[in-house]
Design a protein around this ligand. Structure first.
Ligand SMILES: Cc1cn([C@H]2C[C@H](O)[C@@H](COP(=O)(O)OP(=O)(O)OP(=O)(O)O)O2)c(=O)[nH]c1=O
Length: 193
């Protein structure tokens, strides 16, 4: 029997690294699927939904493959922060996160033929009190325009973050433990380690 192919439906270099770390063999196929921005469903449902939209956009042309996609939502006071459009907006977001807790939800979806499984994980991140000078130094060192919430925990995260609760990989873009369990339930096994 021919082995089922695993496809990662994501242009995110972080997701690629996190999946490779688990030891799975996979290929990357991206789409230009549009994320939804809606307020009639919860934020957790929204990130699962957007993960499913991104995954479906690739899976519809690859019925033989197992396709994995994801979406990371950073939110504070139940309000999603998104990716900043410029450095001024990034600075505003980081000022808003200063000295307090916020949440990061990553929704993931796996599709194989008619089988669709969406799941998510939520982590809490607690920022230090950061002044403008620290924010400016952070923004000089880290490219944040492609990062939800205007920061990357994996890049100089200690400049901003006091502590976190939950799965670290979930904040970076893919909850590795959950993804591993789900991939096994689709009959896949790591083989590259
Ligand atoms: C909070 C946080 C986000 N991020 C990144 C992860 C995601 O790449 C990005 C969130 O954007 P997403 O819209 O989830 O993903 P993406 O546009 O990068 O990739 P694709 O849709 O093709 O899968 O923010 C970090 O790298 N570190 C962090 O600490």
């Amino acid at each position: 029997m021919e082995k089922v192919k695993l496809i990662l439906a994501s242009g995110s270099p972080r997701r690629r690294e996190l999946l490779a770390e688990l030891g799975y063999q996979f290929e990357v196929v991206t789409s230009d699927a549009e994320e939804e921005h809606r307020s009639d469903i919860s934020l957790v449902e929204l990130c699962e939904r957007n993960a499913e939209i991104k995954t479906q956009a690739v899976a519809k042309d690859l019925p033989e493959a197992v396709v994995l996609g994801g979406d990371t939502l950073v939110y504070v006071d139940q309000e999603p922060l998104g990716k900043p459009k410029d450095l001024a907006e990034a600075k505003k977001m980081l000022r808003r996160l200063s000295g307090r807790e916020h949440h990061v939800c990553t929704g993931m979806c796996l599709i194989h033929g008619d089988r669709v499984e969406a799941f998510h994980e939520v982590s809490s991140v607690f920022f230090k009190e950061v002044d403008d000078a620290t924010i400016d130094r952070y923004l000089e060192q880290v490219h944040v325009l492609d990062k939800a919430g205007s920061y990357a925990i994996q890049e100089h995260g200690d400049m901003l973050i006091e502590r976190m609760e939950g799965d670290y990989s979930n904040v970076v873009g893919m909850p590795q433990r959950l993804v591993d369990v789900q991939l096994r339930s689709f009959g896949l096994q790591p083989e590259g380690l």
